[in-house]
Design a protein around this ligand. Structure first.
Ligand code: C2E
Ligand code: CA
Ligand code: CA
Length: 742
């Protein structure tokens, strides 16, 4: 083609089938005549060159696609490479940046890194070093820019450093996150410090423990992270408990909490509250926990507990603490339970001290007593002030009643010398009840027994010791059994009524019946009302039982009255107890029972013992008046046994006076009880009251009563209390044998 040379790239097919790129140039050769004689062809394998060009393109693409900023500068600081990531990070496009000085584009701190790198290289120290650092700078908008920067050299073919390149990654977010975490951690540490909350982590596999600063402060040791795990900081007495709690925490799903004492290196003891739980799965042997110094709180709690369990005046333990001590002394298996002696000490005539010298002096005496008892007895004895002038002494591990009594004797001796208050001296004495515990005894039983014995000592004339012995114990035991049994007596149908005739002494006929309560205890057999009524009264059971008596007695009268042989003027006396009289609904209830049984109210006599009436005259009067307004009659029972002044009788709205059996017993045989009974009957007559003499057993008792003008009588002379059928039979027989029935 006109003799020109040609060159171009072609693919050459090699013998092995591979195609390779070749650069081919063809040059025609001409002779002198200008004739083409040959063509020289030169083929060069350019596959290497081609590859590096492709690689360059690929690298450029990678560089371009990277979200990291990638840029380079030559030795004079002029930018030679600038990718999209750099544009995004530093806010300058590639077009703006190439050819400009790097200092105009990126924060000085970043440029400095490249400069330092190049300076190193200039000093020949560079070698193949790459630097990776994190650096902060303000970008053009003025915001903090955290960048992780890695720099390296670019060398030419001869190995000469000709440029530096950098890859910068925006780590602002991570850095801020890290700062925030750091901040949180510091705040947590501050909070823990101000809350006094220490933290620890125990790895039981490596047996190492990590402790927070606050924890170290609590323990009073050098601040410091990790050390070997141990319990030497725990108070020796608490170590076992702490070890056990840690064991529990390791076993359990939930956290474990406990308190214990620690001993600081300087010897001070502090109380701490620890919470610990397992970190990680069930196989984990790592525990994490907190520790709080609760010494102050504990001190206050102790003080409060002391206040609750101690008497303010004397500083002695009080009843609450006594019960607590007894409970722990009396606990454990019955077989090897220790026996305990308990003495109830009540000062005699202490009221006199208070009344004559004032309470301040009284307090002084009490403190003196407390002091003597605490210092004068054995150190292990427990001395308690239970109330006013009552103290309780407890001695553990006592084997016999004699030893128990010894405790009381010692107390008596300690209190013997006179007590000086101001310029006065007092001779103290005490009534002391002592008891010795049985394996089955509770603290309540012990206290009750000693208390009962103390009252016995008072009754016997004070200034003495009474030992609660086996007989008293059996009595108390029986009382307990009865009290428990009474609660079920009504429901189990163990009660029934008997009826004792009351005779009109002038005619010898039955005037009425007194209903008397009977209880057949399932194991103890018949129990006398004289025994169980007081128990029913003190336990409150008298109310349901009294209701039962009212219902059944009146129902019985109604049943009798439906029999034509039963005289319609025969009345029925029912006993009421003090508690019943105090019941607000008593009057309504009596009214309802009378209506329900359809009875003439005047046939119902309610017997109220004299002592009850005299104890609460004011209350009683209004109730009795309301009862009488229903039409029922009121008897004063056991008259003469109470401390009634006869003048009260005038104020009481009553109908009948029952002379107590104790006076009747003395009648006949020339006893002087005739005069007492005479005084009572003449008083009754002057007040217009009927008289019933109780407990007439012999004819010689009857004669004086008739002489004194006694209207009615009741007693074994005629009949014992009878079952309803027998009572009816008795009445019918009696009415049939009139009139010589006396
Ligand atoms: P009380 O009301 O003084 O009852 C009379 C007691 O004397 C009865 O005893 C009776 O059996 C007894 N007695 C009657 N005649 C003679 C006699 O000639 N010689 C002797 N030695 N005793 C005689 P009881 O039944 O044992 O009752 C005792 C007390 O129990 C009663 O004394 C009464 O206070 C109380 N009581 C009985 N039943 C009731 C009741 O339903 N309610 C209440 N609150 N108390 C009752
Ligand atoms: Ca009675
Ligand atoms: Ca009586």
């Amino acid at each position: 083609d006109g003799g020109r040379a040609w060159s171009g790239e072609l693919l050459a097919q090699r013998k092995d089938g591979r195609q390779i790129p070749v650069l081919v140039s063809y040059t025609p050769l001409f002779d002198d005549e200008g004739d083409h004689i040959a063509t020289i062809g030169v083929s060069t394998d350019i596959s290497d060159r081609r590859r590096s060009a492709e690689m360059g393109a690929r690298l450029a693409a990678i560089v371009e696609s990277s979200s990291d900023a990638i840029f380079s500068q030559d030795l004079s600081g002029v930018v030679t490479t600038w990718n999209g990531g750099a544009a995004a990070l530093y806010g300058h496009t590639e077009a703006e940046s190439i050819g400009r000085n790097l200092r105009e584009l990126i924060p000085a701190e970043h440029v400095d890194q490249l400069r330092l790198l190049l300076e190193d290289a200039g000093r020949g120290a560079g070698g193949a070093r790459r630097v990776e650092i994190e650096t902060v700078g303000r970008d053009t908008d003025g915001r903090d820019l955290h960048v992780s920067l890695s720099t390296s050299y670019i060398r030419d073919a001869s190995g000469q450093v000709v440029a530096a390149s950098a890859i910068a990654r925006d780590v602002t977010e991570q850095a801020e996150l890290r700062l925030r975490v750091e901040e949180d951690r510091r705040r947590l540490a501050d909070a823990q410090a101000s809350a006094g909350l220490g933290c620890f982590e125990i790895d039981l596999d490596t047996r190492r423990v990590t402790r927070s600063d606050e924890l170290c402060r609590i323990l009073g040791v050098e601040q410091g992270g990790t050390r070997a795990f141990g319990l030497d900081h725990v108070h020796p007495e608490d170590r076992a408990r702490v070890a056990q709690s840690l064991e529990q925490a390791l076993d359990g799903q939930v956290g474990v909490e406990w308190t214990n004492r620690i001993v600081r290196p300087d010897g001070t003891v502090r109380w701490v509250l620890s919470r610990t739980s397992r970190l990680g799965g069930p196989r984990s042997r790592t525990l994490a926990g907190t520790m709080l110094d609760i010494t102050e709180r504990h001190r206050i709690e102790l003080a409060l507990a002391h206040q609750v369990t101690h008497d303010r005046l004397t500083g002695l333990p009080n009843r609450t603490s006594l019960i607590e001590s007894l409970r722990s002394l009396l606990s454990g298996p019955a077989a090897n339970r220790r026996r305990v002696a308990l003495a109830f000490v009540d000062l005699d005539e202490f009221k006199v001290v208070n009344d004559t010298l004032g309470h301040a002096a009284g307090d002084q005496v009490l403190c003196a007593v407390a002091h003597r008892l605490t210092t004068g007895l054995r150190e292990t004895d427990i001395v308690v002030r239970v109330s006013g002038d009552e103290f309780v002494l407890v001695r553990a591990d006592v084997d016999s009643l004699d030893e128990a009594e010894e405790l009381a004797t010692e107390a008596e001796r300690v209190l013997g010398p006179p007590v000086t208050v101001g310029d006065r001296q007092f001779q103290l004495s005490a009534s002391i009840g002592v008891t010795l515990s049985d394996p089955s005894d509770t603290s309540e039983v012990l206290l009750r027994d000693a208390d009962a014995a103390m009252y016995q000592a008072k009754d016997d004339g004070r200034a003495r010791i009474i030992v609660f012995d086996a007989r008293a114990r059996a009595r108390a035991q029986r009382r307990l059994t009865l009290e428990a049994g009474l609660r079920q007596a009504v429901a189990r149908d163990e009660l029934h009524l008997e009826f004792q005739p009351i005779l009109d002494l002038s005619t010898g006929t039955a005037a009425g019946f007194e209903s008397l309560l009977r209880w057949d205890h399932p194991t103890l057999g018949p129990v006398s009302p004289e025994e169980f009524i007081p128990i029913a009264e003190s336990s409150g059971m008298i109310l349901p039982i009294g209701d039962w008596v009212l219902d059944h007695a009146l129902a019985q009268l109604a049943r009798w009255r439906s029999d034509p042989r039963f005289r319609s003027d025969v009345w029925l006396a029912v006993n009421l107890s003090a508690a019943q009289l105090g019941q607000p609904h008593l009057v309504d209830r009596v009214a309802r029972v009378i209506v329900d049984a359809d009875l003439p109210p005047e046939l119902i006599h309610l017997e109220i013992t004299e002592s009850v009436l005299m104890d609460r005259v004011e209350d009683a009067v209004s109730t009795i008046e309301a009862l009488r307004a229903l039409g029922v009659r009121i008897s004063i029972d056991d008259f003469g046994t109470g401390s009634s002044s006869l003048s009260y009788l005038r104020r009481l709205p009553i109908d009948i006076l029952k002379i107590d059996r104790s006076f009747v017993v003395g009648l006949g045989g020339g006893g002087d009880d005739t005069s007492i009974v005479g005084a009572i009957t003449s008083l009754a007559h002057s007040l217009g009251l009927h008289i019933v003499a109780e407990g007439i057993e012999r004819p010689d008792q009857l004669a004086p009563l008739l002489e004194l003008g006694c209207t009615f009588g009741q007693g074994f002379l005629w009949s014992r209390p009878l079952r309803p059928d027998a009572a009816l039979a008795w009445l019918v027989a009696r009415d049939g044998t009139r009139p010589d029935s006396r």
